[in-house]
Design a protein around this ligand. Structure first.
Ligand SMILES: CC(=O)N[C@H]1[C@@H](OP(=O)(O)OP(=O)(O)OC[C@H]2O[C@@H](n3ccc(=O)[nH]c3=O)[C@H](O)[C@@H]2O)O[C@H](CO)[C@@H](O)[C@@H]1O[C@H](C)C(=O)N[C@@H](C)C(=O)N[C@H](CCC(=O)O)C(=O)O
Ligand SMILES: Nc1ncnc2c1ncn2[C@@H]1O[C@H](COP(=O)(O)OP(=O)(O)OP(=O)(O)O)[C@@H](O)[C@H]1O
Length: 484
């Protein structure tokens, strides 16, 4: 593709010619291919403007920069923001795939992954092939492509949308994380629908957001970039989320003011099964069962229905989609011998943990046991809060390791204990996660609900920069088989 065509719609200055054929867009100097354009990005640890000449020497024909750099033997394009520029260029390079499929973006502190799977489940039940980009990876048909980030870099977002369009998808659902929005990973196109699930303090500190205000402002960006915004009106933060919106707004929630409402919520519990039933009221009027327990499942389901009613799907498809949805590691039941329930869940902050524990308590277990740890090199406040929540809401907390990253697991556990000490909660400390799971299974009593919180879909544990394989489903099977 001609470089000048890629730059259409962008403000830039250029030294050298933009009349040249470009083979690819590359944002990592180690992956340069001949005659590509290299985009310099300021990352958390590296500013790749420093690699501009190296990229040219390796074959790049042009460089896009946002600060002065000197390059020899290549065109130099200077823009205000290279991340935004890359998004616009990638959309053009991949032939504007978002014009060919309807794209739904989801933002919110919790529920993005679950709601995205629910939307896909409903649309596919209605015969609409739907792609997904999110925390669990990118899903196109039966293929799951692993990605590092909830919202990948814009180049990858556009590449995946192109693959989706070419493989017959008519819709795509993208989890638009606040960092993803801030870093322009989903810039360069308009979403058909933007969905807001909920907002609470998270992702503040470390290499994430500087302040709560910044976190909110980033979520707010989605509603300046979609045609219809669908909002959880029960969340008191929604005015800040839609401030300055440019889209049409619709609402959902339990509140009477919501356009699409949930009513007559009922918990469903059978041996080995926890779910929920509710009736849709307002814009739609029929009952649905959701195969994932609790009130937050009602919110996620309601959000999904509020989106899907904009597609050509029947009430039967909506009911079937919600009744069969499975989300890996989101309140996921694992079959075990014995009369207790074992669940794997991704709850890794206080809000999710509070939600999951309160939800499970409503199912009246004999004991509620919560196994969890906390991530290293992330906001420390999370650990105190998680400790306090589990201490308050679980009958027994089993404190263990999560992704310690570059921190000592015992330091993280000490922080968790500070939180738990504010409560009367009983706890045990077992730093080895496999041993901790074994302890939970060996000591489970009839009627207990045991939740393994934190790892969810992940199949690894990150310690000192190394990702060791750890899939909790396999660990459970090995414990049952006596291998652990
Ligand atoms: C802290 C952070 O934002 N890290 C992201 C960053 O990685 P990095 O820090 O390693 O980047 P860097 O090393 O500073 O490099 C900057 C640039 O220089 C380039 N480079 C680097 C070295 C070199 O020799 N040559 C070169 O060109 C890199 O390719 C990159 O483009 O850029 C990578 C590639 O795009 C991301 O995968 C990575 O996300 C990490 C995994 C991460 O944890 N990100 C978090 C903050 C995040 O984005 N989270 C949200 C989810 C939040 C939520 O749940 O709501 C997400 O969407 O995933
Ligand atoms: N609507 C909700 N409100 C509060 N908690 C929720 C909600 N939906 C799910 N949760 C809890 O949060 C966990 C993560 O859910 P999910 O993966 O759907 O959210 P997410 O927004 O994608 O999260 P993350 O950004 O952490 O990946 C679930 O396992 C569940 O415990």
């Amino acid at each position: 593709m001609q470089l000048k065509n890629m730059l259409e719609g962008l403000k830039y200055t250029c030294s050298g010619s933009v009349n040249m054929e470009i083979t690819d867009i590359v944002y990592d100097s180690r992956k340069v291919v001949k005659d590509c354009v290299f985009v310099c990005l300021c990352g958390s640890s590296v500013d790749s403007h420093d690699f501009a000449q190296q990229a040219v020497d390796a074959g790049a024909a042009a460089v896009v920069a946002q600060r002065p750099v000197t390059v020899r033997n290549a065109a130099l394009i200077t823009v205000e923001n290279t991340r935004y520029a890359m998004a616009v260029m990638a959309a053009a390079f991949f032939g504007h795939p978002a014009d060919q499929i309807r794209v739904v973006g989801i933002t919110g502190t919790k529920g993005k992954t679950t709601a995205s799977y629910m939307i896909r489940s409903i649309l596919e039940a209605g015969g609409i092939k739907t792609g997904l980009i999110g925390t669990i990876g990118t899903v196109i048909g039966d293929e799951v492509i692993q990605t590092n980030n909830t919202t990948p870099e814009s180049y990858d977002v556009q590449r995946f949308l192109r693959l989706m369009a070419d493989s017959g998808c008519k819709a795509a659902v993208i989890e638009a994380s606040s960092i993803g929005l801030k870093d322009h990973r989903v810039s360069g196109f308009a979403f058909d629908i933007g969905l807001f699930t909920n907002f609470s303090p998270d992702h503040i500190g470390g290499s994430e957001h500087k302040t709560l205000e910044e976190y909110m402002q980033c979520k707010n960006m989605l509603f300046k970039q979609c045609r219809t915004g669908i909002i959880n009106i029960d969340d008191e933060n929604y005015p800040g989320i839609i401030e300055g919106h440019t889209c049409k707004i619709e609402t959902y929630g339990f509140s009477q003011e919501a356009g699409l409402r949930a009513c007559n919520e009922k918990l469903i519990s059978r041996p080995g099964y926890l779910g929920v039933h509710f009736d849709l009221c307002g814009q739609l009027d029929f009952g649905v069962d959701v195969d994932i327990p609790g009130r937050f499942s009602v919110y996620n389901a309601l959000a999904a229905v509020a989106v899907c009613r904009h597609f050509d799907v029947t009430p039967q498809a909506i009911a079937q989609g919600l009744n069969t949805v499975k989300v890996k590691g989101r309140v996921e039941p694992v079959k075990v011998p014995g009369n207790y329930t074992l669940l794997i869940d991704y709850a890794h902050n206080a809000l999710s943990m509070e939600n999951i524990l309160e939800t499970l308590r409503e199912y009246q277990p004999n004991r509620l046991v919560c196994l969890f740890g906390a991530g290293g090199n992330r906001a420390r406040s999370r650990r105190y809060e998680m400790g306090e929540v589990s201490g308050k809401l679980a009958d027994l907390s089993v404190i263990t390791a999560d992704n310690s990253r570059f921190e000592d697991v015992m330091d993280i556990i000490e922080d968790i204990k500070v939180g738990i000490a504010k409560t009367n909660g009983k706890y045990v400390v077992i730093p080895d996660r496999k041993e901790a799971i074994k302890y939970c299974m060996e000591n489970a009593q009839d009627g207990d609900i045991v939740v393994l919180a934190g790892k969810g879909h992940e199949d690894y544990q990150e310690i000192q920069g190394v990702k060791y394989h750890l899939d909790e489903r396999e660990v459970i099977a090995d414990i049952i088989d006596g291998k652990i």
